[in-house]
Design a protein around this ligand. Structure first.
Ligand SMILES: [Zn+2]
Ligand SMILES: [Zn+2]
Length: 138
């Protein structure tokens, strides 16, 4: 994957990512759905991320293991960042030119409400499975 660049709606923040995993994830947890109004579709962007206009980003400390960043001028959701590893997950909709996008994983599948479902065939993890699997990270 070549380096790709994106901007928030107003252009106050520009983000360049060196490595994006096109196998994106969906998170159904209550925090993600409250933050964005719907499940969070995220691509893993690793740590090779360059941000211009970082002074226009507000970080919200959403849990003991991660923070969420958004543009203070237009409100565009920019990333979910793991405190321990420094890795970024970013909304898939920020990027226009990623090849081979494929829904790979649905997190917090047990918190998915009954009023929607996806027909995509994906892996799934419940809250208990996530806590067990990522206990070393969080
Ligand atoms: Zn903005
Ligand atoms: Zn979530």
């Amino acid at each position: 994957m070549l380096s790709t660049e994106t901007r928030c709606l107003c252009g106050a923040v520009t983000i360049t990512v060196k490595e994006i995993n096109p196998r994106f994830t969906v998170c159904h947890c209550e925090s993600c759905r409250a933050w964005g109004g719907a499940p969070f579709f995220a691509v893993q962007c690793g740590t090779k991320v360059n941000i211009e206009g970082a002074e226009n980003i507000k970080m919200y400390d959403s849990s003991s293991w991660a923070s969420r960043g958004f543009c203070t001028e237009c409100g565009t959701h920019l990333f979910f960042k793991f405190k321990g590893s420094g890795e970024y997950n970013m909304p898939v909709g920020l990027f226009r030119d990623i090849k081979g996008l494929e829904m790979d994983m649905q997190y917090f599948s047990d918190q998915r409400p009954s009023y929607y479902c996806f027909s995509n065939k994906t892996k799934e993890m419940t809250r208990a499975e996530i806590m067990d699997h990522f206990s070393s990270k969080i």
